[in-house]
Ligand binder design. Structure first.
Ligand code: K7E
Length: 648
């Protein structure tokens, strides 16, 4: 591997450029917003948006749902972080979803949502999203907008080049940002080079029920795998990953990890590896990881700790992995709708590099290699290069496609979206972002059939764009119309947490799948009380189980006596409503858990440990009817040695 110091962009230089750009940005205004911009984003009261946008919540750990073009926020779907509003991670049913091999981890950093695909087109069944910090992949079911499965990714750290799906959702793929000792062990950090590994994990998704399972883990050299994208069309069967630390530097304090003129895009032929493992290839390695599944019928999650994972050494599968040299710390790795072009966004490069899949295959066929790295062949840069977009901007990060032969790339440092043409590589338009854009999203823009029409830029810095709210201003997205030759800025809107990536889809595809209620007759929850005849309170030693129902506008039972200080009181509450959009909430004074928010037909449980004698109230927390204020009850708590029996 070549070690060439480049002088143009030291990290310090980048920082200076970044600062000056922002100062300039602060002074600039809206630019010229056309009067039709307002009309284009106006969705009249009672009308629906044309697209759903699922926007990652970054360090909130969640996934938020917006409508486009209006930018209206519809829902925050709890995924990796506890959410008091929905009791996610607080009630007994969902706590197991946040279980990991490190214990209960009720927070994460979510970056990249991706919608399931069939034949390379978005099918609206699931959204997948990665937890970056304690490596996990979650699946959200779009019929309920609930997280229904979370699988931990072992031997990984900084689960960043995730969670992107292959074109029939055969796999959701997770790559590690940090290389680590595999298996984990106590060793000197300085001995990183040659010893740390980067795990690229292929998680299979069952076609019928979407069940996830780790099929295999490819243990790669410790180059740090930043982002990834599947091949599609002609390149279906391959997966591409950017690397940014081919120096295998264990410290990024200086420019250690930016010395190489070129890092690599790793091209992985997963079909070949799949065949290899199906024929008994690979090695089982002891590894603990949690696999958490939420069952829609029992409304309950179970967490299973797995003990081993199937690993694959890439050098044992000839023809499975190649390295494509790509300039200057490529970040995003994006494949165009035809599957021919693989765009490497070299963060510190003045140009954008586009590789050709056809040329890559030809070079492999001719065995034209430029050496190897740890036994993996390196292709010649010139042999695989499709073209270069010259000096389009500073600090390219991510690219999306409109399906009309155009690509759109974000530039973090020069803070803009640049539109360019696939094949001719000419820049045709550029629009500023306020400020310092990260990802961008075109609905369907990473599928074979983008919907086009809009691009959403997700920005890192907001500064003066909104009313000030103390030292931190809201995170932000900007919507541009891309239906014409020139992009047109239409709208700024605030977002939840840090919006990294987003996935957009035509609303009609999701709308028709959306569930209205959970059927009470199908409620298989262990503690469900589906009729008022079954309402009861039971004692089992110091445990008290309350089997409670709720319907507009009362609890049953609403008066409970015989509970004692030192008891552990379980409220198992079933919402008997069978009507769209009528959840009820409940909690009790002093409960240090969240309220429950129970959907029609569902049962949820919270635990209350009364510390003081008295008569304590509980009430419905979600406004449900004109008699909502009357939806309340009392629970009497007596001394621990009292002999009052349970009654209700
Ligand atoms: Cu560029 Cu985590 Cu996708 Cu953010 S990453 S920007």
């Amino acid at each position: 591997m070549k070690k060439i110091h480049y002088l143009l962009f030291t990290l310090a230089g980048v920082a200076m450029l970044f600062t000056s750009c922002n100062q300039q940005g602060n002074k600039s205004s809206n630019g010229a917003l056309s009067s039709s911009a307002a009309e284009k984003v106006y969705v009249a009261p009672g009308e629906h948006d044309e697209y759903y946008a699922f926007v990652s919540g970054g360090f909130s750990g969640q996934l938020s749902v917006y409508g486009l073009p209006s930018g209206r926020l519809f829902k925050v779907i709890p995924v990796f972080s506890q959410d008091a509003e929905k009791a996610w991670g607080y009630n007994e049913e969902t706590k197991p979803m946040l279980n990991t091999s490190h214990g209960f981890v009720p927070w994460d950093d979510s970056h990249h949502p991706d919608i399931s695909q069939t034949n390379g087109e978005l099918d609206g069944r699931y959204v997948f999203i990665n937890g970056n910090n304690t490596p996990r992949i979650a699946k959200i079911d779009l019929s309920t907008f609930e997280t229904t499965e979370i699988i931990e990714v072992p031997n990984s750290a900084g689960n960043h080049s995730s969670s992107f799906v292959t074109e029939n959702t055969e796999y959701v793929v997770a790559g590690t940002r940090f290389s680590v000792p595999v298996p984990q062990r106590d060793m000197p950090i300085k001995e990183y080079k040659g010893n740390f590994k980067g795990a690229l994990t292929f998680i299979s998704v069952a076609p019928e029920d979407g069940g996830m399972d780790i099929k295999f883990q490819l243990l790669m050299p410790g180059f740090d795998y930043d982002l990834s994208h599947p091949g599609r069309g002609a390149s279906h069967g391959w997966f591409f990953f950017t690397t940014y630390n081919t120096e295998e530097s264990h410290t990024l304090m200086e420019v250690n990890a930016s010395q190489n003129d070129k890092d690599f895009i790793a091209a992985v032929n997963w079909k070949k590896i799949e065949e290899y493992v199906n024929n008994g290839g690979g090695t089982m390695m002891p590894s603990n990881y949690a696999h958490n599944v939420y069952d829609e019928h029992t409304h309950t999650a179970t967490s299973t700790m797995k003990k081993e994972v199937l690993t694959v050494d890439p050098t044992k599968v000839p023809g499975a992995v190649y390295f494509l040299p790509t300039p200057k710390s490529p970040h995003g790795c994006d494949v165009d709708p035809s599957g021919e072009y693989i765009v490497g966004n070299g963060k510190l490069s003045a140009d954008l590099t586009v590789h050709s899949f056809t040329k890559m295959l030809a070079a492999i066929e001719n065995e034209k290699f430029d050496g190897e790295a740890y036994g993996i062949p390196i292709l010649n840069f010139e042999d695989v290069l499709a073209g270069t977009v010259s000096q389009p901007g500073l600090g390219p990060l991510h690219t999306e496609f409109d399906g009309q032969g155009n690509a759109y790339t974000t530039f973090f440092i020069s803070s803009e979206v640049v539109k360019w043409k696939l094949g001719t590589w000419e820049v045709v338009d550029r629009q500023p972002c306020y400020y310092s854009v990260g990802h961008l999203m075109i609905p369907g823009g990473n599928s074979r059939k983008p919907f086009g029409k809009y691009v959403l830029a997700m920005n890192k810095i907001t500064k003066d764009r909104y009313l000030p709210t103390g030292p931190e201003v809201t995170q932000s997205a900007q919507l541009y119309d891309i239906s014409g030759e020139k992009m047109e800025l239409l709208l700024d809107f605030p977002t939840v947490g840090e919006p990294h990536y987003a996935a957009g889809i035509a609303a009609d595809i999701v709308k028709q799948r959306s569930k209205k209620i959970f059927s009470l007759t199908d409620n298989k929850h262990k503690y469900a009380t589906t009729s008022d005849a079954d309402v009861r309170v039971e004692r089992n030693g110091k445990e008290v189980h309350i089997y409670m129902t709720m319907i507009r506008s009362h609890f049953n039972p609403d008066n409970i006596e015989g509970v004692k200080v030192g008891d552990k009181v379980y409220f198992h509450v079933t919402n008997l409503e069978q009507d769209y959009d009528v959840p009820h909430g409940v909690s009790v004074i002093g409960a240090n858990t969240s309220e429950l928010l129970i959907m029609p037909g569902q049962t949820e449980t919270f635990v209350w440990e009364p510390k003081q004698v008295g008569v304590w109230p509980f009430y419905c927390t979600d406004f449900c009817s004109a008699l909502h204020q009357e939806m309340q009850g009392y629970i009497r708590v007596s001394p621990a040695n009292s002999n009052i029996d349970l009654s209700w």
